[in-house]
Ligand binder design. Structure first.
Ligand code: ZN
Length: 112
């Protein structure tokens, strides 16, 4: 079985791992870059190391499990989503709609 050497970015340990201990993530669509994910045997940290295209191909040909994903995009918490802002009237309407015991049945009956 093929073995691969990676250096842990946390503790700098040089690790020799078999394909079952690795996971490759490459960019969906372009597949021009990616990273290998692994758990360090020394410090037990879950780490990633960026990969070049030829390294991705080498790991995939050795049978390493892979994911084709885009890098996660985390929105800034102060960037509001699209749509009208919540007003005081909206909040009062919600309060009135939730008062009483039958609000759950009304939501279910409307198909929402
Ligand atoms: Zn480590």
């Amino acid at each position: 079985m093929a073995q691969f050497t990676v250096v842990c970015p946390v503790c700098s340990s040089e690790l020799t791992l078999n394909p079952r201990r690795l996971l490759v993530r490459f960019d969906a669509g372009t597949a021009t870059s990616g990273e290998v994910l692994f758990c360090c045997l020394s410090c037990r940290a879950a780490s990633t190391v960026p990969l070049a295209v030829h390294e991705i191909a080498l790991l995939l040909s050795a049978g390493v499990t892979h994911l084709s994903l885009s890098e996660p995009v985390v929105g800034h918490p102060e960037s509001p989503p699209a749509g009208p802002p919540l007003t005081h009237d909206d909040l009062l309407d919600l309060h009135a709609a939730l008062s009483g015991d039958s609000w759950f049945e009304r939501i279910g009956a409307s198909g929402a």
